[in-house]
Each structure stands twice: as structure tokens, then as C-alpha cells.
Design a protein. Structure first.
Length: 199
């Protein structure tokens, strides 16, 4: 048997205590940015991670081009989701990270948004209920967007715009605990809270 080096096991217990909460779903917005507006990416993939918590988590912050910010897209409550599944062959397996973000309305601004994003390379941050940001899109792979609108028929139908993201990645929708720079100020990718208010 081949003796492997540099691949020490870091598996440990994963417990779930009675009374502990694991809230489903995502919060009422996502953050997005074009890959061309990213100057420097945070890092992921230490050769020898110390624990399971650090394996699929970025360290550091994004450095964005001058005057560029993450944009925030409001969502229809309880209509959006993020899913992860393994794909590929032994030795070359990756993850397919998919997200569906359903925004209210089909007016000029959101219609213009999907027109611009249709052939662009985008990166999105979905915010879990507990405030932690999960990333769809990476430096190594090109995310694919499927964009659609539904104007509805009956008075009780939804009028909405859907942004579907399919992103291949080495990691399962990795966590991004860093700074999220927006026009409203900087948000924390660890808590989802506003850190500083824009001047």
C-alpha cells in the first residue's frame, strides 16, 4: 500500500445537542458582484487545515476595483434556496453549488440587471438565517446563470424575477466571513450585520 504524505486525517466528532437550532433557508437578500470588479480574492484551501471548520472557509477580504461595491438584491421571503451536491469521478470530484434567488417585480431596474448579467461572470453571496455568508462562484470556475421573469396571470400570482446560479467549485458553497463592501456600508460575512455605515 502506498504511504501518503501531506494528507493527515482531521476528522472529528460532529455533535448536535438537544435544543440546538439549525434554521433552514436564507435571509431576505443576496449580494452579487461581477468577477471583473474583483482585484484580489480571499484565500481558501490551506494544504494542511488544522480542523474541519477551516476546510471550506475563506480567509481575508475581497479587494475590489476602485469605486466598485457588492450590490444587494432583495428577495421574496421563503422563495430562495441554496443547494450543494458532489459531482465527478474518483480523484477529480468537485461540488455543484446551485442557488435560486427570487426577487420581487419585473420592472425596468431588475430587467436591466438580468440583461447585464446574462453574459457576465458573477459571484454571489447567499446569507444563511444565522447571518453567515456562503459563496457561489470562485476564481477557478465560471458560474453559469439562468435568468427568467414571470409576470403572472391572475391577481393572486407572483410577479417576480429569478436568478439561478450553478457554480462548480472545489468546495461545497464555501463560507466567506470577511468584509462585504456595499453602497450602504460594510457588512460582516460572519454575522450578516452592518459593520460601518457608508459616509
Amino acid at each position: 500500500m502506498t504511504k501518503c504524505t501531506g494528507a493527515e486525517s482531521i476528522y472529528s466528532d460532529i455533535n448536535f445537542c438537544p435544543g440546538q437550532k439549525s434554521l433552514p433557508g436564507v435571509r431576505g437578500w443576496i449580494f452579487g458582484i461581477s468577477k471583473r470588479d474583483i482585484v484580489k480574492w480571499p484565500t481558501i484551501g490551506a494544504e494542511a487545515p488544522k480542523d474541519l471548520e477551516s476546510v471550506a472557509k475563506y480567509t481575508g477580504d475581497f479587494v475590489l476595483a476602485s469605486d466598485k461595491k457588492w450590490h444587494k438584491i432583495a428577495l421574496i421571503p421563503n422563495e430562495s434556496e441554496l443547494k450543494v451536491e458532489s459531482q465527478g469521478s474518483y480523484g477529480s470530484k468537485t461540488f455543484k453549488n446551485t442557488g435560486t434567488a427570487v426577487a420581487p417585480g419585473t420592472e425596468e431596474k431588475i430587467t436591466g440587471y438580468i440583461a447585464q448579467a446574462n453574459n457576465d461572470e458573477m459571484v454571489y453571496l447567499f446569507i444563511q438565517r444565522n447571518g453567515k455568508a456562503r459563496m457561489l462562484g470562485s476564481e477557478a470556475f465560471t458560474p453559469e446563470l439562468t435568468l427568467s421573469q414571470d409576470l403572472g396571470k391572475a391577481p393572486t400570482d407572483a410577479n417576480s424575477t429569478s436568478i439561478q446560479i450553478a457554480a462548480d467549485d472545489e468546495y461545497p458553497a464555501p463560507f466567506y466571513p470577511g468584509k462585504i463592501e456595499t453602497a450602504d456600508g460594510d457588512f460582516s460575512g460572519e454575522t450578516g450585520l452592518l459593520l460601518t455605515v457608508a459616509a
